[in-house]
Design a protein around this ligand. Structure first.
Ligand SMILES: Nc1ncnc2c1ncn2[C@@H]1O[C@H](COP(=O)(O)OP(=O)(O)OP(=O)(O)O)[C@@H](O)[C@H]1O
Ligand SMILES: [Mg+2]
Length: 268
């Protein structure tokens, strides 16, 4: 059985029910429509598609932040649709997110230490003193941050270092699945590859399963084992990364690939 499995998952929103539109005109937005895919533990799925195609909604649906309208999501053998609300809250620790803008997602008033301590305690509420310190040292080491930076605040770091803090925070609750939504889109090109390499390394070392969302196909090609191409809420193409890049089957995938001016070599 795959580690993460989605069977015919849909997330529909009703639109047009705001104050400016009478309810009878309400339409349905099929943000995610009949999506099926599966992922093995430790694999990185690249989720690509143009703005508004439903990438973020799909990730929020997997994380149980928005309810699926239909379908089943199974993680590590457990059907998430069956879980009561209380258990979902606990289960959410298994999913962590990394966002595009680490500055916006980090609390400016908290040092790296307090940010990571708070995240560690979500999983281990009793953790304190030396044991907590060791945990935080380990996390900082994993993401390539000097432990002497622990007492600093987010504004004292560069963009790439801030993204490393955000990655350490995502790792702290010991998640099973990481969803990274455009995690390198706001970074300089030179820093992008460092962060991509870090994510690849973490996925290998920790057998961490990842969904990597990006509109940038060259970035996705670099990092992903599998690719899902999303278009208007549905997955139009799904397969091994090299297969999708070298032998795209769907016209929409070909259109996306043709829109990429040049792809850097994979071992860059
Ligand atoms: N809570 C909501 N209520 C109504 N419509 C929504 C809601 N959330 C998302 N949508 C709609 O669902 C569609 C998919 O949005 P989503 O944010 O998932 O796209 P995306 O692929 O992540 O886009 P981007 O690349 O710009 O981040 C859009 O039409 C959006 O307006
Ligand atoms: Mg989005």
């Amino acid at each position: 059985m795959p580690f993460l499995q989605l069977d015919n998952v849909s997330t529909h929103f009703s639109a047009g029910s705001g104050i400016f539109q009478p309810k009878k005109q309400a339409d349905v937005i099929k943000a995610v429509d009949n999506v099926s895919l599966s992922l093995e533990q430790g694999e990185i799925l690249g989720l690509v598609g143009e703005s508004g195609c439903g990438k973020s909604t799909l990730s929020r649906t997997i994380m149980q932040l928005v309810p699926a309208t239909a379908g089943n999501i199974t993680l590590d053998g457990q059907n998430l649709s069956d879980l009561p609300a209380r258990q979902i809250r606990q289960k959410r620790l298994d999913f962590q997110m990394i966002f595009q803008d680490p500055y916006a997602s980090l609390n400016p008033r908290m040092t790296v230490f307090s940010t990571l301590a708070e995240a560690c305690r979500q999983r281990h509420p009793q953790l304190k003193g030396e044991a907590l310190q060791n945990h935080i040292d380990q996390l900082m080491l994993r993401v390539g941050l000097d432990r002497r930076f622990a007492r600093k605040y987010p504004h004292e770091f560069s963009g790439g270092q801030r993204q490393r803090i955000a990655i350490a925070r995502a790792l702290a609750p010991e998640p099973k699945l990481i969803i990274a939504d455009e995690p390198v889109s706001a970074l300089d090109v030179s820093i992008q590859s460092q962060i991509l390499n870090l994510l690849i390394q973490l996925s290998r070392e920790l057998q961490l399963t990842m969904i990597f969302i990006s509109h940038d196909l060259s970035v996705v090609r670099y990092i992903a084992d599998r690719i899902a191409v999303m278009h208007q809420g549905g997955i139009v193409e799904y397969g091994g990364a090299e297969q999708v890049f070298n032998h795209p089957e769907h016209p929409y995938t070909r259109k996306l690939l043709n829109a990429v001016p040049a792809l850097p070599s994979v071992d860059a």
